[in-house]
Design a protein around this ligand. Structure first.
Ligand SMILES: [Zn+2]
Length: 282
């Protein structure tokens, strides 16, 4: 891995908390979420990045995640978040008018569960929050945002909300069931964050995940990546990034034609039948 401290100069645009999530900086820096988008469907990822199409997806899961993150960031962040998202969070009609909608009531239970954990309070809460890191991976610029970083202690924590921490999720490509860490690409995220922290601050940090479930009552788990098996999965994730990102950058620059998955929301919305598919191959 290259170890460039001045990695910001690899890109023409300066990253800030305000422009971190814009498509402008997405075009200048690869991120784990953009990379995972391209793995799912190139045509869809590119159409989103080029502002040619927006998914109809339910925003609630994202908002619930941000609601919980902002709570542990600071009282000010949490108030700001609630203020900005009032219309989606509070019921506006019927008996429950003015009350928090159900997903946010569950989110409050998830917050309570985390706040009740000594380990979480010791490790996550004192960390520096939402730390932007950048660097070069395989010769290309990358960005990342660390939920909670403890530079002096040599570790960082990521907070994940998930339906059920112990459920196994089917992977159609490998034809195997995976836990949520693998299924949602969190090995990619941890591998990239270790590398970007190393390049930004010149320190080696251990990754931890605090996971909290949307069940009643919420389940909670603290995950590390120190086993040989975990290390191998982190290495495989990084290798996969090195192998696949050159094509993704070509797609972004318009030098390659994106492949359609023909199954995602974007592909269904833009589908044109041109040939027959053998019935037995569906
Ligand atoms: Zn698709």
């Amino acid at each position: 891995m290259p170890n460039k401290k001045n990695s910001l100069i690899t890109s023409e645009c300066q990253l800030t908390a305000n422009n971190y999530y814009t498509h402008e900086t997405d075009r200048a820096y690869m991120s784990v979420s953009l990379f995972k988008d391209f793995l799912k469907c190139e045509a869809c990822a590119l159409a989103k990045l080029n502002d040619e199409w927006q998914p109809e997806e339910d925003k609630t899961a994202l908002l619930v995640g941000n609601y919980i993150h902002s709570y542990f960031e600071s009282g000010e962040s949490h108030s700001k978040f609630i203020e900005a998202n009032q219309s989606s969070m509070f019921s506006t009609r019927g008996k429950s008018k003015g009350q928090l909608k159900a997903p946010y009531k569950i989110a409050d239970e998830m917050i309570k569960q985390l706040a009740n954990q000594k380990l979480f309070k010791q490790l996550y809460e004192p960390g520096e929050k939402e730390v932007i890191v950048t660097g070069e991976i395989g010769g290309f610029p990358w960005k990342g945002k660390i939920d909670s970083l403890r530079k002096m202690h040599g570790f960082f924590c990521d907070l994940k909300t998930t339906r059920d921490i112990h459920q196994k999720i089917w992977n159609n490509q490998t034809r195997q069931k995976e836990n949520f860490v693998e299924a949602y690409g969190y090995y990619y995220q941890m591998a990239v964050y270790i590398e970007l922290i190393r390049q930004t601050f010149d320190i080696d940090c251990l990754p931890f995940i605090f996971a909290v479930s949307k069940q009643t009552p919420p389940d909670v788990e603290a995950l590390d990546f120190v086993s040989d098996e975990s290390q191998e999965l982190l290495d495989l994730a990084m290798q996969d990034i090195l192998d696949k990102q050159p094509r993704i950058w070509k797609l972004i620059k318009g030098e390659e034609k994106p492949k359609r998955c023909e199954q995602c929301e974007y592909c269904r919305a833009t589908k044109q039948l041109t040939k027959f598919v053998h019935a037995d191959e569906l």
